[in-house]
Design a binder for this molecule. Structure first.
Ligand SMILES: [Zn+2]
Length: 59
């Protein structure tokens, strides 16, 4: 697992999330730790290296 920091598109707080580096491409919904709004994450790893990280409001 790898810790990654991002800015929440709802509350603009900097929040950290744990990412599973063993999954190459992953998208999932998780609530913001601060404001509890649902966020949609799209994450891509190559050789366990993070090459893409996107977070957007889930609707
Ligand atoms: Zn938030």
């Amino acid at each position: 697992m790898e810790e990654h920091f991002y800015q929440c598109p709802y509350c603009w707080e900097e929040v950290s999330i744990l990412l599973d580096t063993s999954i190459d491409e992953n998208s999932f919904i998780e609530d913001c730790e601060v404001c509890c709004n649902p966020l949609e994450f799209t994450v891509k790893f190559i050789n366990r290296e993070l090459i893409n990280f996107e977070v957007q409001q889930f609707q």
